[in-house]
Design a protein. Structure first.
Length: 116
């Protein structure tokens, strides 16, 4: 289980919200939920860290990415494994942007072939 300082390092944006938005009750619930995500029944530690790293990168959370990179090093994850996670995140992001552009073209009936 992580201490509160480590948890906050991974969610700086939420920490700012805790001051003004989250009630004490909701913060306790969030903390319990967050802690429970590190008590895995099916994922080994290495897989958990790589999934966390991919999620952090995909959500563009710099403090979380930093946290998971430190966890990856502690877990003995190699540079090539981090590189493959980054490549997968990049591929998913690129695919999402391609689909987003296609949806705009389709929704607004824009004929891209007419752009000459």
């Amino acid at each position: 289980m992580q201490d509160a300082g480590t948890r906050r390092a991974c969610s700086l944006s939420l920490r700012r919200l805790e001051i003004t938005v989250l009630s004490k009750h909701h913060k306790v619930l969030y903390d319990a939920f967050y802690d429970s995500t590190h008590q895995n029944e099916y994922l080994d530690q290495k897989t958990e860290v790589l999934v966390g790293l991919a999620a952090a990168m995909g959500m563009n959370c710099q403090p979380c990415t930093r946290y998971y990179l430190h966890q990856a090093k502690k877990a003995g994850i190699k540079t090539g494994e981090v590189s493959e996670v980054l490549a997968k995140v990049m591929a998913v992001a690129a695919g999402q942007k391609r689909l987003q552009a296609q949806a705009v073209l389709d929704d607004y009936k824009i004929d891209i072939e007419s752009f000459k």
